[in-house]
Structure formats: structure tokens, C-alpha cells
Design a protein around this ligand. Structure first.
Ligand code: 6PG
Length: 630
């Protein structure tokens, strides 16, 4: 049983009739139940008293009982005061929905003036607004929209089903759920039940955030049934076999055109495979990178969805509402491309992230040990870099880390120097090998972490070789200025390395990646957001390869000397500089029109008859030389 209420002129009859016809139940207008006495008063512009209303409302209350017993109905009735509504509530509240049509007095007055067939004098409107006591449990609908839109909104709000489901209530899952619910998305969440380990996680979460109205489940079928079809289900679970296990459990519960979104850091090759596997079941699949950690998930991450474009379009409004916003207020979310392209670019994002982190670690080591600077001096120095176009999220957190003390001591000095990794950086290195693409800075950042993890071995080697590091006794102001220039150059090269690999993948896999758009969604929300990324948005409008942009060429022309000088000094004084050196080597290799690879080809042909191509013959032909006279 549905009561459509509101002051006169809100369109109760129009909306009520449409709603009744949509739900295939009868429609009644409470005005048709007025006594003649009441109609005369209303037509004469006299407001009804509560005494006038009582018999009318009591009669309607009786009718409601009958209508409900016959299968329900829609009743249009002003029902302005709580006590009137109570008289109408003659059936259990669980069987009654109240729809409150609401609008400003100006809007309603305007609508009433336009109506010719109604007996209510517009002057009564003011008293109606005064009488109106807003119902607490009603579904409130703004009437400033088309009747069909109003019906749609009512049906959605009346439905107990939710619009989106999230599986996995870890840190990222919880924060994304809060972000979505804050953006008015009706949400179901699920967390598995593991006795003694994970019990009632989803229910606890929804209880802790009761005001968000999220539904929590630890039964997968109930969770799936609670979501409106075609369903949208986001997986926020650990990448790897767990994703396959959940997909296998979900598949028989889902219907055609339902959508699974994998929001974890999955390997793009797994995403390609799952995309094909689910297509056989007529289930859509999207693999999306989500960057920004806990805070990003809660306040606005960068989102990189790849897979079915139609499915993406269906969920774009949800994703856009929770994503970070770029400088122009646009969501940091875009359709990346087919198959595993979304996870591929997230993997490269993480690769760039690894190398950016390593560059800062190398800067820190040179400043701290080479120049003997105190942590606060380093923080100040890095702060001055922020104003020179070098601002980035990673630079900011590094400055904060350099200032964080525990019991008067720097926490950084208490942290073991052995870096961990969850896989994405390493996968980008594997992908580069698969694609035959260079990935110098990123691969070297991964290797630097691998070497750092061998702490025991490094300690023994250090004991054997003794002190290798010496202080850099240069004018420190000059050195710092050069270091800053070298850092600018190394960062540009590192970004070029990452984007060049995406270009390679885009060509080999026919993904049609848009690099300016990728840079744009990485300008906010994600871990590698920076001033440089903002500039890259424009550079990629002109060229597909960063190092071929005239502005980049101009800046590297000036900075390459600084990069070489820093690397030279650091190596001479005993400081490893894997990513700075790697950037320089990549750059020199990149701009080397005549490399020494002709010698490699000669050697290959010498010992293995692998053949080679000649510069003085068509490149389609292969040649072999008998290198040793027989
Ligand atoms: C992000 C991060 C995030 C995480 C990675 C890297 O974009 O929000 O990249 O995905 O930090 O998993 O982690 P590891 O350093 O452990 O590989």
C-alpha cells in the first residue's frame, strides 16, 4: 500500500496514477472521498479544520485496510500532519510506503496557477505549507523533474535491492564502501566467514557505520540476491588464487549481463584469462587498477578500469562519483581499454612508483651520508624543491617521514633497510621481457629492492670489504643544485620508460591506449601524482613518447650533464645509485643513433650462426659469415 502525500499542486494524482499503473494496482484520490461539506469549504478558499478532516481520514483508513487485503493500491492524499498519517496507518507500517512529494512554495504556486481543473484556491497553499509536518520515514522526492523521472526515483528508492556490491572488507574494501555510500550509492557488502579468524566482519562494519544504510552479509547467495539485476559486484580481495576462487563461487549465482569488477592489483595476464572465462558465462568483467591507498579509497582514488566498454559505461557514474578529481574537476577515472589493459597500466603505475621511491631513497642517501646533512636539513632542502616544479605526493611523504620522531628519535633510523614488495613492480619487469621492451629504471628499482632484502649477505660483504662510502667534500650548495637538476632529469626519464612500455603494449595488444588520458587520471588520487604528471597530460597531446617532445628535449639537453656528474661523484665516493644510473644509461642508449649492437650481432653469428642484417643491403635479408677460415 502506497500513500503519495504532499501539499496541493505537487502532482500527487499524476504521480500516483503513473505509479499505480507501473505497479499494476488501483489508484485512488483522497479528494474523491471528501464530503460535500468539505468540498464547498475548499472551493470557497476556506481551510479545513481538523474536525472537518477526521471523518474523511477515518473513512480512508478503513478503505486502506480493504485495499491492502485486495493486493494493495496507491492513494494520493495530502496527509500533511503526523496525526493525519497516523489515522491512515491502519495496516502494519512494513506494508505501507509513504512517498512525500516536495518542492519550494514558489514552484508549487506556479504549478497551481497553471491548473484550471482544480477546486483549490492557491491562497490556501500558504496555510498548507504551515501545516506540513515532514514525515521521518517517508521517501522524499523533489517534484522539480518530469513525472517519468519521479516514478523512476520512487521505484529505485522503494526497492530494497541495492545498486552495487563489494566483496572483501579489508582496508581498501571498507574505505571504498564508505566512499560509495557517502556518494548515495545503495550498497551491499560481503566478507567471507572463516571460523575463529573472520567472523561477522561485514555485519560489524555496517553496524559501525549504521547511518550509511549499507547491507552486510557473510552468506554469498544472500549478498548476491540483495543486489538489483543486472548486478555490479566489486572484488576487493588479495590478488592471485583468491580472485579465481571467489569468481568460481560467484559464477553460478549470477545472471546474464551481471558484472564482476576486480579492483585488486591483479596481474593483467590473469585479467585477460578471466575476461575470456566469464564471457563464456555471459558475465561481464572489468579489471580495474585503484590507486591511492587507504586515504585515496576513502576520499577519492585514481581508477583505471579496463574490459567491456558497455559494462564500463553502466558503472561509470558510480566510479566517477567516488574518484579523485583532476585540476578541472573531472574524475580521475577513464575507460582504459579492453581486456587486462586497466590492470596493465596499474602495474606500470606501480613500476613508475617503485623507481620514483628509489630515486628519493638515493637522493636521501647522498644527502644524509655523502653530504652529512641532518634529517631536518634534508627535509628543508626537499621542501625547497617543491616550489621548483618537483612537487609530488611521494616527495611530500618523504619530507614528513624525515620529520617523524618516536621518543625524540627519528623513526626512519629504526626501520630495517630491507624493502618488501607485493609483486606489481616485478610483474612490470616480466611484462617488459615478454613485450621485448626496455624498462631500465623500473627493472633496476625492483632489483634494488631485491638486493636490499638480502640484508644478511650485505652485512657479511660489508664486513669483508670494509668502509666503501666516503664523504663528498664538494661545495654542498653546488652539489645540491646539481642533484636537484639530476633528479628532474631522472624523473622525466623514468616516466618516459613507463609510458613507452604502455605504448609498446598498446601496439602489440591493439588496446588503443590514450596516454594523455592516462596521465590525466594519474594527476590526483594516485601515489605517483605530481606536477610532472600534470605537464605530461599536455605533452602527450603532442607526442606519444615523452622523450621526443621538444620541451622535454630542451630540458634534458641542459640537465643531462648534472645527471652524469651526480652519478659519477656518487659512484666514485662509494654510493650505489641504481635508478639514477639506469635513467642515464637508458637516455644515452635512447639517443644513440649508432649503437654497439652490431658487435653483439657479429658475436651471435660467430658462435651460433644466428645471422645478421646489413646496413648496405635490404633489411628483409639475413646474412651469415664464416668467421674462422676452415
Ligand atoms: C597504490 C599503490 C598500492 C600498493 C602497491 C605497492 O597505487 O595505491 O601502488 O597499490 O602500495 O601494492 O606495494 P608493494 O610496494 O608492496 O609492491
Amino acid at each position: 500500500m502506497i500513500i503519495v502525500m504532499g501539499v496541493s499542486g505537487t502532482g500527487k494524482s499524476t504521480v500516483g496514477k503513473l505509479l499505480a499503473s507501473e505497479l499494476k494496482i488501483p489508484f485512488y484520490d483522497a479528494d474523491d472521498f471528501h464530503s460535500e461539506h468539505n468540498i464547498k469549504k475548499l472551493s470557497a478558499g476556506q481551510p479545513l479544520t481538523d474536525q472537518d478532516r477526521r471523518p474523511w481520514l477515518e473513512n480512508l483508513g478503513e478503505q486502506i485496510k480493504k485495499w491492502q487485503a485486495d493486493g494493495g493500491a496507491v492513494l494520493a492524499c495530502s496527509a500533511l500532519k503526523e496525526k493525519y498519517r497516523q489515522m491512515l496507518t491502519t495496516i502494519p507500517t512494513s506494508e505501507l510506503s509513504i512517498i512525500h512529494l516536495s518542492g519550494s512554495i514558489e514552484l508549487i504556486k506556479h504549478r497551481l496557477m497553471e491548473r484550471k481543473d482544480h477546486f483549490l484556491d492557491p491562497s490556501i497553499l500558504k496555510s498548507q505549507f504551515e501545516d506540513l509536518e515532514e514525515p521521518k520515514d517517508a521517501i522524499k522526492i523533489n517534484v522539480n523533474q518530469l513525472p517519468t523521472e519521479i516514478i523512476q526515483e520512487i521505484l529505485t528508492k522503494m526497492s530494497k535491492k541495492t545498486a552495487f556490491g563489494i566483496i572483501g572488507m579489508g582496508v581498501m574494501g571498507q574505505n571504498l564502501a564508505i566512499n560509495m555510500a557517502n556518494n548515495q550509492v545503495k550498497l551491499s557488502v560481503f566478507n567471507r566467514h572463516v571460523p575463529g579468524k573472520e567472523e561477522g566482519i561485514a555485519k560489524d562494519f555496517v553496524d559501525r557505520h549504521a547511518s550509511l544504510g549499507i547491507q552486510g552479509f557473510d552468506d554469498l547467495k544472500q549478498f548476491v540476491d540483495s543486489i538489483e539485476a543486472p548486478r555490479n559486484i566489486l572484488l576487493m580481495i588479495q590478488a592471485g588464487p583468491a580472485v579465481d576462487a571467489v569468481i568460481d563461487e560467484l559464477t553460478p549465482l549470477l545472471g546474464s549481463n551481471d558484472l564482476i569488477i576486480d579492483g585488486g592489483n591483479s596481474n593483467y595476464l590473469d585479467t585477460n584469462r578471466r575476461d575470456q572465462q566469464l564471457a563464456h558465462h555471459d558475465i561481464n568483467f572489468i579489471g580495474t587498477g585503484i590507486s591511492g591507498g587507504e586515504e585515496g579509497a576513502r576520499k577519492g582514488p585514481s581508477i583505471m578500469p579496463g574490459g567491456s566498454r558497455t559494462a564500463y559505461e553502466r558503472i561509470a557514474p558510480f566510479l566517477n562519483s567516488i574518484a579523485a578529481k583532476d585540476r578541472n574537476g573531472q574524475p580521475c577515472c577513464t575507460y582504459v581499454g579492453p581486456e587486462g589493459s586497466g590492470h596493465f597500466i596499474k602495474m606500470v603505475h606501480n613500476g613508475i612508483e617503485y623507481a620514483e621511491m628509489q630515486l628519493l631513497a638515493e637522493v636521501y642517501e647522498l644527502m644524509r651520508n655523502g653530504l652529512g646533512m641532518l634529517p631536518e636539513e634534508i627535509a628543508k632542502s626537499l621542501e625547497s624543491w617543491k616550489t621548483k616544479g618537483l612537487d609530488s605526493y611521494l616527495l611530500e611523504i618523504t619530507i614528513n617521514i624525515l620529520r617523524k620522531e618516536e621518543n625524540g628519535e627519528l623513526i626512519l633510523d629504526k626501520i630495517l633497510d630491507a624493502a618488501s614488495q607485493k609483486g606489481t613492480g616485478g610483474w612490470s619487469t616480466e611484462a617488459a621481457i615478454k613485450l621485448g621492451a626496455p624498462l631500465n629504471t623500473i627493472a633496476d628499482a625492483v632489483m634494488a629492492r631485491n638486493l636490499s632484502a638480502q640484508k644478511e649477505l650485505r652485512t657479511s660483504a660489508n664486513n669483508l670489504y670494509g668502509q666503501i662510502k666516503n664523504s663528498i667534500d664538494e661545495n654542498s650548495d653546488d652539489f645540491l643544485a646539481t642533484l636537484q637538476e639530476a633528479y628532474v632529469a631522472a624523473r622525466i626519464i623514468n616516466h618516459a620508460v613507463g609510458f613507452d612500455m604502455m605504448k609498446e603494449a598498446s601496439e602489440q595488444y591493439h588496446w588503443g591506449l590514450n596516454f594523455s588520458e592516462i596521465a590525466r587520471i594519474w594527476t590526483n588520487g594516485c601515489i605517483i601524482r605530481s606536477e610532472l604528471m600534470n605537464s605530461a597530460v599536455n605533452y602527450f597531446k603532442d607526442v606519444d613518447r615523452l622523450l621526443l617532445h621538444p620541451s622535454i628535449q630542451k630540458s634534458l639537453q641542459d640537465q643531462k650533464q648534472s645527471l652524469a656528474r651526480i652519478i659519477g661523484q656518487a659512484l666514485i665516493h662509494g654510493y650505489p645509485l641504481p635508478v639514477f644510473s639506469s635513467a642515464m644509461n637508458f637516455f644515452l642508449g635512447y639517443v644513440n643513433g649508432q649503437s654497439s649492437a652490431n658487435l653483439l650481432q657479429a658475436q651471435r653469428d660467430y658462435f651460433g650462426a644466428h645471422t645478421y642484417r646489413r646496413v648496405d643491403k635490404p633489411l628483409t635479408e639475413s646474412f651469415h659469415t664464416e668467421w674462422v677460415a676452415s
